[in-house]
Design a protein. Sequence first.
Length: 198
Amino acid sequence: MENQTQIKDLDQLKSMWLDLNRRVERLENQTLEDGRKAVSGKITTAREDLAARYKRFMIVGFMMGILFPMFLFTSRSDFFPDETIKYVSTALFFSYFITAGVMDAYLYNEVKGIDLAVMTVNQVIRRARTLKRRHHIFMIILIPFAVVCLTVFVIPLINEPFIISGMIAGGIAGLAIGLRQYFRMMRDYREMMQQYSD
């Protein structure tokens, strides 16, 4: 009788143990799934933020590539006494803004092309790392290009302190905005790589 009771207790204990194992396994699977969804959501948000920023820069680049050269080309002759510098500045700014717009369009399309449902973890990390590197290469090209454009533009205005002061103030404001956007974009790239690397 005592043996039967022990066997029954052992069977109950075994059944309870198996049930507990099933519950723990379900909980682990649910936790892993919730974690995967949370990580995927963060990466999706970072990717969407990056794409939205590149899209804005692309639109601004193409608009400025049309509007600013038109403004320069139609400006009064007393603003640009030297017609040659006027035409050179117009061509330079057109080239600069269109180049920037094309670069941002490329980065926008590449970021939008990151498909978390199809790509592996390593592919996402590799793509994000490559695009971050290309972003920096594009900056290395565009920053000296901008300096050349501004230098040529400033040459005929060097004796106009009011205009020069306005350009300096605008340059400082533009630099502050640009740096803020840059750090946000680098944060989004880090978010994409770190979330999948952890």
